[in-house]
Design a binder for this molecule. Structure first.
Ligand SMILES: Cc1ncc(COP(=O)(O)O)c(C=O)c1O
Length: 477
């Protein structure tokens, strides 16, 4: 077993050719000490590109081609493309290579914002599908089979359905049934599998997109496996997909100077899973199951559970302690030295990965047991998280396509005067990074109320022209 990209970098470095080429730090010779503190001297020596033996991400014929083929084999795809611009670029590639101006695509209302940017770039018209919602935990579930069934019947001309599966909280859609359904209607199934690169390595996890019959899936190798942040893979397995077009689109969206440390890290993450994926992911699932059992015993905490859940995503509702999720995150971080993946008004989410062990699990349990002593309560103890519910707009066709809205003349009005107007901007709170309003949608009073709730609980806002959201950008009438 080998890692062809890492091997090629090592080979070039070992050859000791005198560098009259990029990058300007010349294999570390000119690197600032602070950069040297971040990357070993050997890492800097190998941080090169463009040499024959290092291949070309945009026309792979050597080590990158080989590494991508090995990844395709491991993840049960026909083809794999490596991404150094994150799953953002991989999802955009799926959309731009399959739908164009005026085409209809079925999109979950809570898709990641990269889907919305792909809609602007492609000119496609989204039909938003509402995910199911758990009002008790204030967590968006996935889009149900029956919601897809209704949409497919109502919009038979749609070219594709994109789903996020599993979602941020680990809830998977019924992909095997949905794949059969959409294929019967000659639609493509594209999966944002940002949170699912590990799925196929353990039977206790929901089935992967490729194993479920999806046409393409975009995986964040960096999120739950061992590659560097910013690196992802696009998996393709379908006779209906024009692979050459997908490659050309991926090339349009990626840097012509891909960083080889990033590319090599994808290759090495694949090697790591090939060497011991089942064992490593199996251990993560075991640990997560054990944690789930123990968390259930802690008073004041409730564990999120539902069918088709990736158990390595552990969502803990803290409202029973009189805390919001955001308050719990602060206590965990600053007093108990535990950092969660995300917090929302009711919950904190912890990821268990192949990197974790029993010591880590024990520390988490200790911290959760100590949480109740951590912060002064600002809320009365309650299990009713619905009062902080995030209201997403109902599924419907937007009055303007995201692209039309993006290029239309705009004006700015006071927040409440925007009700009934068409939004010219995307408004997203982090976490979980789901747009509340997308360009082209009508701004409803429920949406304004939801924005105000999010502001009140102190979530971080991105995307809005006015960071205070006192004003909102709308389409000029
Ligand atoms: C569901 C989903 N899709 C896509 C992305 C974008 O991935 P990346 O940050 O690798 O570009 C994210 C990132 O959080 C995500 O959660």
């Amino acid at each position: 077993m080998s890692a062809p990209i890492a091997d090629a970098m090592k080979f070039y470095s070992a050859d000791r050719a005198l560098a009259f080429h990029t990058p300007g730090h010349k294999q570390g010779l000119g690197a600032h000490q602070l950069l040297k503190d971040l990357i070993t001297s050997e890492g800097l020596r190998r941080e090169v590109s463009l040499m024959d033996e290092l291949d070309d991400l945009h026309d792979p014929r050597g080590c990158i081609d080989e590494a991508q083929r090995l990844a395709a084999g491991l993840w049960h795809a026909d083809h794999t493309i490596f991404f150094i611009n994150g799953t953002t670029a991989a999802v955009q590639t799926m959309i731009l290579s399959t739908v164009g101006e005026g085409d209809t695509i079925l999109v979950p209302r809570n898709a990641h914002r990269c889907v919305n940017s792909a809609l602007v770039l492609s000119g496609a018209r989204p039909i938003y599908l509402a995910p199911d919602f758990d009002p008790d935990f204030n967590v968006a579930l996935n889009v149900s089979f029956s919601t897809v069934e209704r949409a497919v019947e109502k919009y038979p001309h749609a070219r594709a359905l994109i789903l996020t599966s599993p979602n941020y909280y680990g809830v998977a859609a019924d992909l095997p049934s949905i794949a059969k359904l959409v294929h019967r209607h000659n639609m493509l199934l594209l999966i944002d599998e940002a949170h699912g690169a590990h799925l196929q390595f353990d039977d206790r996890l929901p089935p992967s997109a490729m194993d479920s019959g999806a046409d393409m899936s975009a995986q964040s190798t960096h999120k739950l496996l061992g590659s560097l942040t910013q690196t992802s893979m696009l998996m393709i397995r379908s006779a209906q997909i024009d692979f050459d077009r997908v490659r050309r689109v991926s090339s349009m969206l990626q840097s012509t100077s891909p960083n080889y440390l990033l590319l090599a890290s994808l290759d090495i993450a694949r090697l790591q899973m090939e060497e011991g994926g089942s064992k490593l992911i199996g251990r993560a699932v075991d640990l997560a199951q054990q944690l789930r059992t123990e968390i259930k015993k802690i008073g004041g905490l409730r564990l999120f559970e539902c069918p088709s859940l990736d158990p390595t995503k552990i969502t803990v509702n803290v409202r029973g302690l009189g805390l919001t999720g955001l308050e719990a995150e602060k206590v965990l971080r600053h007093r108990l030295k535990i950092q969660c993946e995300l917090s929302d008004p009711a919950n904190v989410l912890f990821l268990i990965t192949y990197a974790d062990d029993q010591t880590v699990a024990d520390r988490l349990i200790n911290a959760l047991q100590g949480l109740k002593y951590g912060a002064p309560s600002t809320l009365p103890p309650t299990n009713d998280s619905a009062q902080l519910r995030t209201a997403y707009p109902p599924a419907s066709a937007a009055p303007m396509s995201p692209r039309q809205a993006f290029y239309a003349p705009t004006t700015t009005v006071e927040r409440r005067q925007a009700i009934g107007k068409i939004s010219a901007e995307e408004i997203t709170f982090y976490p979980p990074g789901i747009p509340l309003i997308c360009p082209g949608e009508e701004i409803t009073s429920e949406l304004i109320a939801s924005i105000e709730e999010n502001l009140a609980v102190g979530r971080r806002l991105v995307g809005a022209a006015d960071p205070s959201l006192l004003t909102v950008k709308i389409i000029e009438e």
